[in-house]
Design a protein around this ligand. Structure first.
Ligand SMILES: [Zn+2]
Length: 1012
């Protein structure tokens, strides 16, 4: 199998995506979730319906209401089945409410839907629902229900349960005539602003009297004149269920905006309404009410969320608070938050301070001091911004604070303590409440004696679909703040529940609704069971060995992946034996052992892992997951090839890189790259023998991506015993194979490449030292950082020349047309020498210039002809004169009738190097420049030497254009013309001939030039 590892046909890799993605099973819509541990049903929020939900739950947990509703049978209401019959009388609203209540009581779902009910109200859009406020909705709902029950025995349900009467009376002080006006109510609205709690609000409404006196007199009908009178209101008839709306939303006339009153507003769990009633002589039990629902508004005045705390009077829900092991911690947290809440409320803070004072009063300025001492905060810092000055604040709360007549001292008003202001107080203005009321206001103290503490105090927080048990004490959290009580529902304590109703949600539900709910529950169970088994089904992909071949270190399908796989869906709770049986049934012709092995498609192909064992175990138990691949085979071979299994034999695909051969241009791809599949158990030594038979080293790319030097890491000799896996070569890893002669690029001691491998290439060196022998040429591996002398030495070795040659030879780039260019200084790197990778160098006799020397070409040029190009090495600090002398010497000339010129861009003698004492460096003469050794003395400074051309027109047809060319020719030496060395005839259409040159001073006039 090792032999075919290196086959490089990888076409199958792209086909390897054998439809692995988990198929999304077309499941039925999931049945609704069952009830949670409270066993109470919530109500879905259908978009801004949380207030409706809170109200509906309150009505549901008013057993007297729901039972009254349930008592109305189909003979009175009709049935929903007849809804489409035109002549059938169907009272949809009560029917839908009945059904919803039945669902809430009996249907095993986490949350019920109110869509049918809201449709029965004619609310079809969320918009219509959001338009209502919960207090308003209460009235709308009652009114709709009343209307829909007209003419049935239920026509007075609302009145029976919620109707109360308030009586307003005005008593004439003179004739004692009582003028009376009755008001009906279904709920009472009470003020929150500036009021400490419900009792105070009721006190203000139904105990305090208003006086008509002074400028504000009352016209008595009996006396028929303006008289002094007193006005009061009393509760005349108490309903069984008292609904109280708190006016938390107020209008700030200064700011001209609505705001939410978040101040503390207490309300008791039990309340005695006797003080507020007209009739006070009845038994106490006639006046006692118990709180059973608190609708809570959370948020500001332009939006928010409602939820409701409800007392489960019939104990229908499972009220089990978590064990109070963390009691102390919880209490502390509670105390802390309460303390924090209290601090936010200056009314409570100031009341607290004053009530701790023995005299219950103190100078106003001392109150500020006390605040700082006791609570560590200054009024001005903490409250002033929000509540104004302290004195002003006290004055604004006259119902709580009372000033001494001189206004210097402040105390708590009488009802907040037992010790009223003494003689100096305005006693006659303070209505002293009857003593017995004072006692009953402290109901928290008496509540335990009035009610069995364990029974009937099962409170739940019903928040749309969520229902959670809470403690009765949690209600106190809703006294104040952004999240606080908004509507209160009290029930008369006298109303007792029959024992058979306790814990019995079916109590008083009509038969047809019981049946409907039973059927619905059965349906739900069935659906849940189906869903359950569907969720236990797993898809397995069976790969049949007959469809596979083993090659390239892995299994590959003989045809396509698709054809080789059989999908099987099976319940994960069944056993492996069941699975095996299923497979046998599918493959009728199977003979012999059947081994089921876990398979995994890897980039290299399919690989096998452990075999499944233990037919009595469940598929879940053996960890078979959805989408698992299973190979069905005999456990030994596939198509005659032994297959090694397990993680140790996983095939990995490795990119094998080698340095490329001669590379034109020097940049870009310097590697050849090929993919190889290697079993991960392969020893590195074996890998090296296979990949680099003549020896070499292997480098691993640590990063897997960049081919920068720093990412390569040599796999040292001692690792050759390691396996591909143990050195961390995984799919997609790259390794670089360097043959032995490339190893100079590697610093074996630290295991790193010394050069950027992407810069690795070759230079070719040709031997120019021996002209006789054939010109031998070798390739030298270099990088851009390789120094020229190293290349030279290596080239001498490779060319098998004498080592001494190194002392008298240099490397010269060879141009495209074979010309030997200027030698490169020995200490230059390839980069500094600006050598292109792959270019040809000539190994030539002669020392190469040092970095302070210039290699120059020169030609000897006279006016009439030019000699061959010669070469010279000269210090860059040499003067022009010294250079000139060296060149004369080298060319065997003498005399002083010579000077040097640069070769201009059209290869002609150009600018003269006239400053004979300047150094070559100063004149910017560079390595490789060609100078022209020119005959003749330079003109003295300030004189020009101007070549004169004689223009001989060839025919008369030539006109202006030529004339212009002629001028150009004189001044620019005919840039348009083909150029030949100076002095020769120029072959053009024009008859131009060189007439010699004239030396003339730059200041001379054109006239002077002509004369000469
Ligand atoms: Zn009167």
């Amino acid at each position: 199998m090792f032999g075919d590892l290196f086959e490089e046909d990888f076409s199958f890799i792209s086909n390897n995506q054998c439809g692995k993605g988990k198929k999304s099973k077309p499941r039925d819509t999931e049945p609704p979730a069952p009830r949670e541990f409270t066993n109470l049903s919530g109500i879905k929020n259908q978009g801004g319906t949380c207030y409706l939900n809170s109200l509906l739950q309150t009505l549901l947990f008013t057993p007297e209401f729901r039972e009254a509703l349930f008592s109305l049978g189909p003979e009175e209401l009709g049935t929903l089945d007849d809804i489409s019959k035109p002549d059938a009388k169907v009272r949809i609203i009560p029917l839908q409410l009945q059904r919803l209540f039945a669902q809430l009581l009996l249907l095993d779902q986490q949350a019920a839907s109110t869509t049918d009910l809201t449709e029965s109200f004619g609310w079809n859009s969320n918009e219509e629902m959001r338009q209502h406020d919960v207090q308003e909705l209460n009235r709308i709902l009652f009114s709709a229900l009343e209307t829909s029950l007209v003419g049935t025995s239920g026509h007075d349900i609302i009145n029976r349960l919620y109707h109360g009467i308030v009586v307003n009376q005005i008593v004439c002080k003179e004739c004692k005539n009582v003028s009376e006006r009755q008001e009906d109510f279904l709920d009472l609205t009470v003020a929150v602003k500036g009021v400490a709690g419900l009792e105070e609000a009721l006190w203000n409404m139904y105990v305090e009297e208003e006086y008509f006196e002074n400028d504000n007199l009352y016209r008595c009908g009996a006396c028929d004149k303006l008289v002094e009178a007193s006005k009061s209101a009393k509760l005349r008839k108490l309903p069984p269920f008292l609904t109280i709306s708190l006016l938390r939303f107020n209008f700030d006339f200064e700011k001209c905006e609505r705001y939410k009153e978040t101040s503390c507003y207490t309300f008791p769990i039990q309340i005695n309404l006797r003080p507020f009633c007209e009739q006070t002589e009845l038994d106490d039990s006639e006046y006692m009410y118990e709180l059973f629902s608190v609708i809570i508004h959370k948020g500001g005045c332009y939006g928010g969320h409602y939820h409701v705390y409800i007392r489960d009077v019939d104990e229908l829900g499972n009220w089990q608070l978590q064990e109070e092991e963390s009691n102390t911690v919880e209490d502390k947290v509670l105390r802390d938050t309460e303390n924090a809440k209290e601090v936010e409320n200056p009314l409570a803070v100031l009341k607290g301070i004053l009530s701790e004072e023995e005299s219950k009063q103190m100078p106003v300025d001392q109150l500020g001091q006390k605040l700082l001492e006791k609570k560590g905060m200054s009024w001005n810092k903490k409250y002033r911004k929000q509540y104004g000055a302290l004195r002003k604040y006290l004055q604004n709360h006259p119902q709580v604070f009372q000033f001494s007549p001189d206004e210097n001292k402040v105390g708590l008003k009488e009802k907040y303590h037992k010790l009223p202001f003494k003689s100096d107080s305005q006693g006659q203005d303070l209505q002293s409440p009857p003593q017995k009321n004072n006692v009953q206001w402290n109901l928290e103290k008496t509540s335990t004696t009035l009610r069995d503490s364990s029974a009937g105090c099962h409170w739940f927080d019903l928040n749309d679909s969520k229902v959670q048990p809470i403690k009765e004490k949690d209600i106190e959290k809703q006294f104040q703040g952004k999240e606080s009580a908004y509507m209160l529902f009290y029930r008369k304590s006298q109303l007792k529940r029959p024992p058979e109703a306790r814990g019995n949600p079916r109590y008083q539900i009509p038969e047809h609704l019981l049946n409907e709910m039973n059927a619905a529950n059965t349906e739900l169970q069935k659906k849940r069971a189906e869903c359950d088994s569907a969720s236990h089904g797993i898809d397995l992909h069976l790969h049949l060995s007959s469809c596979y071949k083993f090659h390239n270190g892995a299994l590959h399908p003989s045809f396509t992946w698709k054809e080789s796989i059989v999908d099987l869906t099976i319940d994960r709770r069944r056993t492996l034996g069941d699975l095996r049986q299923s497979v046998f049934q599918m493959l009728e012709s199977w003979e012999g052992d059947m081994i089921l092995s876990i398979a995994k498609p890897l980039p290299a192909g399919l690989h096998l892992y452990h075999s499944l064992d233990g037919d009595e175990l469940t598929l879940d138990g053996i960890g078979l997951a959805d989408g698992a691949d299973i190979f069905v085979w005999n456990g030994k071979e596939v198509g005659g090839t032994k297959v090694l299994t397990g993680p140790d034999h996983e095939p990995v695909i490795v990119n094998v890189l080698r340095l490329a051969e001669y590379n034109e241009g020097g940049k870009g791809q310097h590697f050849t790259e090929s993919q190889h599949i290697i079993p991960c158990s392969t020893e590195l030594g074996a890998l090296r023998r296979a990949l680099a038979p003549s020896g070499g080293i292997i480098l691993k790319n640590g990063s897997g991506l960049g081919k920068d030097t720093k990412n390569w890491e040599v796999l040292p000799e001692e690792d050759m015993k390691e396996t591909v896996k143990s050195v961390g070569l995984t799919d997609g890893c790259s390794i670089l194979i360097l043959d032995s002669h490339d190893q100079s690029l590697v610093n074996v001691s630290n295991g790193n490449l010394t050069a950027f491998t992407y810069d690795i290439s070759w230079l070719q060196v040709k031997n120019f030292c021996r002209t006789d022998a054939e010109e031998k040429q070798v390739k030298i591996t270099t990088t851009i950082e390789t120094v020229m002398s190293d290349i030279k030495i290596k080239a001498i070795q490779e060319l098998q020349l004498e080592e001494e040659l190194a002392n008298d030879s240099c490397l010269r780039p060879v141009s495209g047309n074979g010309k030997l260019l200027s030698p490169v200084p020995e200490d230059y790197t390839v980069k500094e020498a600006e050598l292109k990778m792959g270019s040809l160098l000539g190994l030539c006799h002669g020392k190469s210039p040092t970095s302070t020397q210039l290699f120059l070409y020169f030609i000897v040029g006279s006016d009439q002809h030019t000699g061959p190009e010669m070469e010279i090495v000269v210090e860059e600090t040499a003067s022009v004169r010294e250079c000139l002398n060296l060149m004369l010497e080298k060319s065997g000339l003498s005399g002083d009738n010579w000077h040097l010129r640069r070769l201009d861009w059209c290869y002609e003698a150009g600018e003269a190097l006239s400053q004979e004492n300047a150094t070559l460096k100063e004149l910017n003469v560079c390595r490789g420049d060609t100078l022209v050794l020119t005959e003749g003395k330079l003109p003295p400074k300030g004189f020009l030497k101007i070549p004169i051309w004689w223009y001989k027109p060839l025919n008369h047809m030539e006109h202006q254009e030529n004339a212009r060319d002629q001028v150009n020719g004189v001044t620019c030496k005919m840039e348009a013309l083909e150029v030949s060395p100076a002095g020769e005839y120029v072959q053009t259409d024009m008859g131009l001939c060189y007439a010699g040159s004239i030396e003339i001073t730059g200041e001379a006039s054109l006239e002077d030039l002509k004369i000469q």
